[in-house]
Design a protein around this ligand. Sequence first.
Ligand code: DAR
Length: 340
Amino acid sequence: MGFPRFHPDSCALVKRYLTPEVYEQLACLKTRTGFTLDAAIQSGLCNPDSHIGIYAGDAEAYSLFAPILDPIIHAYHAVEDPFEHRPGLDPILLAPLDPDKNFIVSSRIRVARNLKGFSFPCHIGSQDRGQVEFSVSQALRKMPREIDGKYLSFKDLGRSQMQDFLSQRLAFPKGDRFQDAAGINRNFPDSRGFFSSRNEQFMVWVNEEDHLRIISMESSSDVCGVFNRLLLGLDHLGAQLRFAVDEKYGFLTSCPTNIGTAMRAGVHICLRRLEKHQDLLNHLANQHHLQIRGTGGENTSVDRAIFDISNKQRLGISENRILRNLHTGLAAIIHAEKNL
Ligand code: DAR
């Protein structure tokens, strides 16, 4: 392909760190499954507004393409060498954040996982994607009673059923243009599906941006209860499935922004006053390593002053520490909202 020409306006981290020397060093390399650097950077080349611009096609990509991925990981996760994954998945108890439901509309915590030995969604072949769906759906058949439920494969759903599940945010739509350019949408909706517990507070998306997105959620501010439910499901799935994990990078994911704990813990919170004081909100978010997103999550706008606020750090920090930081940060934001 020759040295890639990123859009002049692109600010993607891959453009910043992919120097001609690094490209020269990596351009002819392939992982054992045939994943190349050119394939990894397609999203950033096609989408000038990419923040990162690169995806990993398998676990080996993180070592083979470390000369480009490591500087991006250091920059995004604000970690310095030597960094390491610090697991911390213990049940946790913290004071209620918003018991009167004046601000927090819902809490949602998800972790991403990819099965060991399989290419990741941007590079996986149809047959292997089907094997991933089969293995995960089998592991979901006997969940603990509190989160027992049913797996539904998209291919078995009619159009109106699919629309209903999408509107309930139980199913997931085709990936965005960033994921599309990376190859994540190939053969959609084949071998995609979702598990939902009967109370719809525990879900697993299969073959979305990663092989598994394990989600715990509820319409409350009880981030501890949501986290502890997630642990229950994770323990059960972790006993039956082998995940791609590295002692340095932690859980390996399609996007390098998700490695480490691969956990995004957040809330939908109504901030009518802070909406008019974005500088203060951004200051508080930065102070507590939080990420502010629109109501619909990534790349969406804020609707009716409802913000999606979640942890920014995923690597070099434990899941328990993420939850404590989120709790402290949200308490500070709620305090500011009350006192404006
Ligand atoms: N939009 C892509 C990915 C950013 C991180 N979000 C993920 N992985 N869902 C970008 O490079 O900006």
